[in-house]
Design a protein around this ligand. Sequence first.
Ligand code: ZN
Length: 305
Amino acid sequence: MGEEDKGEGRGRIAEAVRAGRILLGDGAWGTALYARGLAQGECPEAWCLDRPADVRAIAADYIEAGSDLVGTNSFGANRFKLEHYGLAATADRINEAAARLSREAAGRARWVTGSVGPTGRLLLMGDVTEEELEEAFTAQAAALLRGGADAICVETMSDPTEAALAIRAARAAGAPEVLCTFTFDRTVRGDYRTLMGTSPAEAAAAALEAGADIVGTNCGNGIERIVEIVAAMREAVGSAPMLAQANAGLPRVVDGRDEFPDGPEAMADQLEALVEAGARIVGGCCGTTPDHIRAFRARLGQSPG
Ligand SMILES: [Zn+2]
């Protein structure tokens, strides 16, 4: 992918939102990988090198369903998570391939957002230093950008400090835009906190302070709760666009696999409420499929791009 292709015809994601567009993201990657035969305990990101046609096809399915933005199969492709599979040395190649495969599916008209997930190492517990995290995130973002990502999406975060390090690393690696989403659970009080105890407003403020252009929430326990989280985040976000990608409900384990209850139309029924709450980029997380994205596209109307 040559430099001349970067951003051609696409512009910035945040600018498209500010121009009034509601953008459609993609759905789940893990769910799609399992559907294509990923085994429990297998490294999902290794498929970027071992099963590239399948990875490209997942991105292509979302593009075909109507996504304006498509992610990459790199959620756990930081060196700490890859170490677990003995693959830390191939981290750069995996991330570069992840972005290239999504770019091949997205063409020039759609955005590719390079997925960066948590490392699984806890700063608070002394598992890792800030410098080590920053180094790993910078390498990951740089490889995703080399592969053709338009932006870096730091996602499913719980710790605002780790998120801030990933955002700063993405900036340092030269990301033109950075998106950041956090995952929240409902507390017994009925409000929302990340696993680290951070509220939606605190999380958004930390991400913006670190330099994120777009903030929001993903994963969690279904789109109705995501609507509440977006509403809780809205004031802290100010003029930054908000991104919301909900799970297809709470999974139940059936035959060792997660099964998700919310179908495409049931989720699409909540889109209006989600946009009303303030979300401007919508999509799915665990359990959502190209059929969900197709149903969302039908409700949102055709993209001009
Ligand atoms: Zn999820």
